[in-house]
Design a protein around this ligand. Structure first.
Ligand code: NAD
Length: 248
């Protein structure tokens, strides 16, 4: 198994891409702590995973990721319980699809706080421990729109461009300590957000993608497994596009 004996924390692990990452990590032998926005959603995700396999080592927490102290306290608790955090996956994210002229500062801050500041908070909270242990892996969830932009919802692509910059820069800074930092940039992925789209929208969308389908959460999760594993031991500072070549 690719992640045997690894301790991983996955933010936004209660549904969608994050849930698939947690599940694939568990299948590969990792112990995983998932973060949800509320204790109830974290508990629900944990019990659904335990129902699938009661030997999986999974638990849930719900710190306020936009607040450094709350995040640090929760992550320190994990490190003292498990002895270390080997892999951090910064996956939690939100968007607000509004045209720029009605995009309020409140919307802008909400997206930036979770998609960018929380990535800083979580990474900052694990890095001293990783340095002490001589290494670790930090993985961020970017997006195809973090390279190409999108015509509405300005804070979302902006946050993902920043996540890419954060990834490349932190990879350079932390490389000498044995810490690899990478990002995965999903294309359109079949989560709740996409499942509600009508057939008239989804069919032309699929036809515009060279691989002729939208991504499944497992497609994205597999890239995270690879980057978290020793198979990617010489890879740092990359933004890996997992999007069926949906790049325009
Ligand atoms: P989703 O809405 O299904 O899941 C989002 C996750 O973030 C949930 O687990 C939720 O609990 C968590 N979350 C939301 N607000 C939070 C908060 N305030 N505090 C803590 N956690 C919070 O979304 P998804 O599609 O699975 O997206 C996961 C990641 O993938 C995001 O970073 C998103 O930007 C990125 N992404 C998604 C797609 C796509 O097409 N679905 C494409 C590119 C990138």
């Amino acid at each position: 198994m690719l992640l045997e004996n690894k301790v991983a924390v996955v933010t936004g692990g209660t549904r969608g891409i994050g849930y698939a990452i947690v599940k694939e990590f568990l299948k590969e032998g990792a112990a995983v702590v998932l973060c949800g926005s509320k204790p109830e959603t974290a508990e629900k995700a944990v019990s659904s995973l335990k129902n699938e396999n009661d030997r999986w080592k999974v638990s849930g927490i719900s710190p306020d990721l936009t607040n450094y102290e709350s995040t640090k306290a929760a992550f320190d608790k994990i490190a003292s319980e498990f002895g270390r955090i080997d892999v951090l996956v910064n996956n939690a994210g939100v968007s607000a699809r509004e045209p720029f002229t009605s995009y309020t500062q409140e919307m802008f801050s909400k997206v930036i706080d979770l998609n960018l500041t929380a990535v800083y908070n979580c990474s900052r909270a694990v890095v001293d421990g990783m340095k002490e242990k001589g290494g670790g892996v930090i993985l961020n969830t970017s997006s195809m729109v973090g390279t190409y932009g999108q015509p509405s919802g300005i804070a979302y692509p902006t946050s993902k461009f920043a996540v890419n910059g954060f990834t490349l820069s932190l990879a350079r800074e932390l490389g000498p300590f044995g810490i690899r930092v990478n990002a995965v940039a999903p294309g359109v992925t079949n989560t709740d957000m996409v499942k509600v789209l009508p057939k008239e929208v989804i069919e032309p969308l699929k036809q515009s993608i060279p691989l002729r389908r939208v991504g499944e959460p497992e497609d994205i999760a597999n890239a995270f497994v690879f980057l978290a594993s020793e198979k990617a031991s010489y890879i740092s500072g990359v933004v890996l596009h997992v999007d069926g070549l949906a790049r325009t």
